[in-house]
Write a protein of this length. Structure first.
Lengths: 318, 318
């Protein structure tokens, strides 16, 4: 989406960073810029400052034809406001109009998981699939249902909150205020919790890595330990992979998609996560012997998926 | 779908009965015929005999313009075969072609829950909704997702198997061979199981109704007892209603529909079932305070929904 007159920029704004990039018509990223997200205890305009700064830096001297924003929060169905964002100071923020005023070009807005799914549908792992589930595993679980390349948005724009489907009655407490949510058993947070619990019972290289304080264990540490063959780390991955498969089986029973794409930071673990998930999906999916069980594959576009999908929305608003 | 030259007939074939009817263009049923389903231990052609007999009786002297069949089983995505039906002798049966040969008119074929959902979308409780979940509670739970009045069929034609989403890890064994499926906690079977368990602990009119043998308790008995104010029967309904709400909250988190329609035989209990479901939906749905929570309403077309939806498919194949 570059032409002689200007560029289209996609921006992904999450709890920790703002990533902006010029995206061409083939979904390729030609130039990027980053900012640190100011956090949720600042005024909203400070977050908007970071966003506008990253867009300007990515665009450089080129004129802006349009900007797509992928936001880590609930976006209203009209694509005008961020209703609520757990890690940002936005509550009902009329972000689209505010940014159009500041940037002087059309702005489109969508949820980050929807944007990542759209990018995978057009240029990544879900390309050509008639229907696909996108499951985004980061701190928690987000996602989207793709039908003929389009994201199902729902009446509130809140479809795809897969992480808050209850899988264990009376189970682990969740940040959402309820308990037993899927993301409490299969996510970056769950990976770290599993590793901490297992470390108390078995020797692990994590004990050295975290300098003796299990509270200091992080997801990247567990990933590194698993790569070194550490059994605690591998069991922690096997457990979240198993739960990924169980929850996916529920969604496949309901929606019978052609493909399941797993993205987000945790999916970088690849088959260490996906193999136990595939096994659990086959074991727990109803009628598995009488149906084509969908492939469960890793997303292809990595951390740029949200930014690319936001830029796609400028040219092809749904 | 009656005109000077002939009629369109819809047929619903379940485990116990075959119901055929002439359906007009407004979804009205003008003439019906019934047969008893021969069961699953007969040859397939005997079931087809019952089906053809019911169609012929419903049509009477009028020519057949087309026949739509709603089957209680898995129908392939092309609408040609019944792949598997738990209560019928069909396994990969090429029902569409067989019936076209015998009836001498075009035949269309779909799953019964999909047909019921289509009928409710065009002429019943989901009319005008952009998106709706249809949850069909009978012996188990079936259902469908309606998007702009169309049923999501899925890659295998198996979308909507909501009853086999796992809600309790290691829970009640299910006829599907797995355990903890939603329909083990919220269905006609679950209602009867709950009532039997409660009867062992508390006095109940059900003890007289079933002549002392809890094994003889049936769903209609529990309904009658609840209407008389029996506490055991009311608790049995409250429990399946509560689980209806919990499972619905999972689907609403994932799909954010505008409306939830509850049909099937058990839904005849109305608010006795739906009030506890509505309360549980509000309590367990993620972000309920930040969204429009969909209405949960009873289906309108009753036991004729499948037949009507099958007939609709003749005129408007999806």
């Amino acid at each position: 989406m570059t032409d002689a007159d200007g560029v289209v920029v996609g921006v992904d704004i999450g709890g920790t960073k703002v990533l902006a990039g010029v995206v061409d018509g083939g979904g390729r990223v030609t130039r990027t810029a980053r900012r640190t997200t100011p956090g949720r205890r600042v005024v909203a305009s400070q977050v908007e400052d970071a966003l506008v700064g990253a867009v300007a830096e990515a665009a450089g001297e080129r004129a802006l034809l349009g900007v797509g924003v992928a936001a880590a929060g609930f976006v209203d169905p009209a694509g005008e406001r961020v209703m609520f964002a757990p890690h940002l100071p936005w509550q009902g923020e009329p972000l689209r109009d505010l940014l159009e005023d500041r940037l002087g070009c059309p702005v489109v807005l969508d949820n980050d998981a929807n944007c990542a799914a759209r990018a995978e549908a057009h240029h990544g792992a879900a390309r050509g699939a008639r229907s696909a589930l996108m499951i985004t595993m980061g701190t928690g679980i987000g996602g989207a249902l793709l039908l003929d390349g389009r994201v199902l948005r729902g009446q509130n724009g809140m479809a795809g909150e897969f992480g808050h489907m209850q899988v264990v009655p009376g189970g682990q407490e969740c940040e959402c205020g309820r308990s037993g949510c899927w993301e409490q058993y299969s996510s970056g947070n769950a990976l770290v919790r599993n590793a901490r619990a297992l470390m108390a019972e078995q020797p692990s290289v994590l004990t050295d890595m975290c300098a003796g304080g299990p509270d200091r264990v992080t997801g990247p540490m567990v990933t590194a330990a698993a790569e070194q063959g550490d059994l605690v780390a591998r069991q922690a991955f096997a457990s979240i992979g198993e739960w990924l498969g169980v929850g996916t089986a529920n969604l496949v029973a309901a929606l019978d998609p052609q493909l399941v794409v797993v993205g987000g930071g945790v999916s970088a673990a690849g088959d260490r996560l996906l193999d136990p998930a595939r096994a659990a999906l086959r074991r727990t999916l109803v009628g598995a012997a009488h149906r084509v069980v969908p492939d469960l594959v890793a997303a292809r576009l990595g951390p740029e998926a949200g930014m690319i999908g936001a830029a796609l929305l400028v040219a092809r608003p749904q």
